[in-house]
Design a protein around this ligand. Structure first.
Ligand SMILES: [Cu+2]
Length: 290
């Protein structure tokens, strides 16, 4: 997020078009999909966690700032083109310095960057400093699927793999193709869920846009992130680090349910995944059906 301000400061004219389009078409959160992208979506996915809401309002603020800057630059360009072209202004001014102007065009951009940096760092802290967790889940990135472990001391004691559904199976389950999985991560609503993310083979990235987390899964390194879902439903994400041939086919699906439904699922999951013991591995070289 902190990267946005470099762009907004440096690529002003180039941004004019996209910023205008975003404003005209409306970065309408109402039109955006819940937990998944929707056709012709321009804004972010509907936020479903406190951090995601903050990221969304930060995004909206940035769109306003870059739009105003773009319009200002556009106005300056128009003045130059129409008032100071060779025909309208045959005798060019030989002015080379204007101290007041030079101070202004240094100080004002700095102030704009400060205005952007304050909420940016606040959100960064919100994401990085993990609050006391109600539930901790371990996430393993594999080529090319995710595994999840609910540790015993977290009320679980099982581990399972989560593979993408084929197009046909996703359609049967009335779920989006390329995002639906066989075994979803199930979490209770309103609880702080800490995620311990690690890579089993290469670097993957565990990311769900509507919950606003993205964390690299790196072999030999335990990364942590968190979310607190405020809405029930299924929230989809995808591996966000190019990890090999089937990188595009290892989606993430988090199902947020009520506390009672979660307890019921825990009971079932203990039985269902106990029999598999160690997580079932996809045979080497076997590609998921697309
Ligand atoms: Cu991956």
């Amino acid at each position: 997020m902190t990267r946005h301000w470099h762009r907004s400061a440096l690529a002003l004219p180039a941004l004019a078009g996209s910023a205008m389009a975003a404003l005209i078409l409306g970065a309408a959160p109402a039109a955006a999909g819940m937990g998944q992208p929707s056709p012709w979506q321009i804004g972010l996915q509907t936020p479903a966690s406190p951090v995601a809401s903050d990221v969304a309002s930060f995004h909206t603020m940035l769109v306003w700032i870059i739009t105003l800057i773009s319009l200002f630059v556009l106005a300056l360009l128009a003045i130059v083109i129409f008032r100071f072209n060779e025909r309208a202004n045959p005798q060019a001014s030989r002015t080379t310095h204007n101290t007041g102007l030079e101070v202004a065009w240094t100080i004002i951009p700095v102030l704009i960057l400060v205005v952007i940096a304050i909420p940016s760092f606040r959100i960064l802290k919100e994401q990085v400093v993990i609050p006391a967790a109600d539930l901790t889940i371990k996430v393993y990135g594999n080529q090319w699927y995710w595994s999840y472990e609910y540790p015993k001391d977290q009320g679980g004691g099982f581990k399972f793999d989560s593979n993408m559904l084929s197009r046909e199976d996703a359609a049967k389950a009335n779920q989006p193709a390329l995002l639906a999985v066989d075994n979803e991560v199930v979490v209770p609503i309103g609880k702080t869920v800490a995620l311990q993310v690690v890579g089993n083979d290469v670097i993957h990235s565990f990311s769900v846009p509507s919950l606003a987390f993205r964390m690299d899964a790196i072999p030999g390194r335990l990364n942590q992130t968190w979310f607190r879902a405020e809405k029930e439903g299924i929230f989809y994400g995808q591996c966000s680090r190019l990890c090999g041939q089937n990188h595009a086919f290892m989606p993430i699906a988090i199902r947020v349910v009520s506390e009672e439904a979660y307890q019921a699922w825990l009971g079932e999951a203990k039985k269902k995944f106990a029999s598999t013991g160690e997580a079932v591995k996809v045979a080497a070289g076997e590609l998921p059906a697309r």
